[in-house]
Ligand binder design. Structure first.
Ligand code: FAD
Length: 368
């Protein structure tokens, strides 16, 4: 197919889309704002079903790096004062995986390059508009600003949905969730290595994993308002909460914390957009799920692949292919929201907490 495709964002969704497009388009360019080895990201968890999804989609090699660590299961303290263990050995595959996201992102980039995709790191989309023949994108990279023309554009820029918003799309947000991640190191590895710890508390919930090198990554999920109300903001809130956590305080004991945390937007959101011809948002740019699901990465790979196929079919004459894909994204998001609501409703110990109250009634939607 004689076409130039531009993919914005080199996360799982963008990479999967670029690889699929490279099988059908002359030229595929994928631009990524961060430098190749830049940006620390939180370590992420893949439950066994997500590991299976990688294999089904043809990406098992992306998990081959030895740095990723097997996870035996999840210990959760949610809805009652008792900790419950869910063991993965009863499932197939018999373990999950805790990703080192930086190495995972590098594996994505190498896989895309092998498929013939031109991957440009440190290059940011700063403007996008339609013209008679397709799209004109302005890119700011290490050598300054330049303009390129593309027939097909995939927005895989994550929750910010940058490309879509240049074309007038808005985001409907369902909450103000943020993840505050801190790293405690120099711990003595113990028997709980790799086990995911999930704990609900009055202002939100915890997610923590200890790796074999003695590092505990602990993310506190809470609303923006809780951060704003704490005198010492995100780092103070994180520290106070980790000390009070029943599951994580014992794991963190004796370790060293640098005093810094990273804060990530983790809101559930969906894009409101009638995709113009030749354009589609995929992954978190189209619909971002609550991290409680541990499904964002596998969903990104699946949506990127299926979204690229829809764009190709549309270009080959199936005028409704992209609209059908958009409908499927919307349906999946609604299913996800219903499931998340059930989880949040199971926690009834803090009826006056704004965090839990806002998740136990009808979800309020806001546009941004
Ligand atoms: C705190 C937290 C914990 C999570 N835990 C898990 C978990 O345990 N398991 C799981 O499966 N998922 C988890 N997720 C979700 C998961 O991280 C995302 O769903 C997944 O990364 C989405 O993939 P994506 O490719 O759509 O977007 P991303 O991975 O966000 O990639 C988007 C890329 O676009 C780039 N970009 C942005 N703007 C521009 C621009 N203007 N020009 C060029 N590039 C741009 C960004 O730099 C980024 O690399 C978590 C998320 C959060 C916030």
């Amino acid at each position: 197919m004689t076409a130039h495709a531009l993919v914005v964002g080199a996360g799982p969704a963008g990479t999967a889309a670029a690889i699929r497009l490279s099988a059908s388009c002359d030229v595929v360019t994928m631009v990524e704002a961060r430098p190749r080895d830049g940006l620390k990201r939180t370590g992420e968890h893949l439950p066994p079903a997500a590991v299976t999804e990688f294999a089904k989609l043809g990406f098992p090699d992306l998990l081959a790096e030895e740095c990723h660590e097997p996870s035996p299961g999840v210990r959760s303290l949610w809805g009652s004062g008792f900790a419950v263990d869910k063991e993965y050995f009863l499932t197939l595959p018999s373990s999950g995986l805790n990703l080192r996201r930086q190495q995972f992102d590098e594996a994505l980039a190498r896989r895309a390059e092998r498929a013939g995709v031109g991957v440009q790191f440190g290059t940011r989309l700063t403007h996008l508009q339609r013209d008679w023949e397709g799209y004109v994108a302005t890119l700011l990279g290490p050598d300054g600003e330049r303009t390129i023309h593309a027939d097909l554009v995939v927005d895989a820029s994550g929750r910010r949905a940058v490309a879509s918003r240049h074309l007038g799309a808005t985001r409907s947000r369902y909450d103000q969730l943020v993840g505050i991640t801190g790293r405690i190191d120099r711990l003595q590895p113990d028997a709980e290595i790799g086990r995911v710890h999930v704990e609900s508390v009055e202002q939100g919930w915890w997610y923590g994993v200890q790796f074999s090198d003695g590092v505990l990554l602990a993310t506190f999920m809470t609303d923006v308002a809780s951060v704003q109300q704490h005198a010492a903001r995100a780092s103070g809130l994180w520290f106070d909460q980790v000390r009070a956590s029943r599951l994580l305080a014992p794991l963190a004991r004796g370790g060293h914390w640098s005093g810094r945390v990273d804060v990530f937007d983790a809101s559930a959101q969906v894009l409101e957009h009638d995709a113009p011809r030749g354009f589609l948002a995929v992954g978190d740019a189209a619909a971002a799920y609550d991290p409680l699901s541990s499904w964002g990465i596998a969903k990104g790979l699946r949506d990127g692949t299926a979204g690229a196929e829809a764009l190709i079919r549309e270009r080959e004459g199936d005028a409704n292919a992209v609209a059908r894909h958009r409908n499927a994204q919307q349906r999946d998001f609604e299913t996800h929201r219903a499931r998340q609501s059930d989880f949040y409703r199971a926690e009834t110990r803090w009826p006056t907490s704004p965090f839990w109250r806002s998740r136990q009634g009808v979800w309020q939607q806001r546009s941004a």
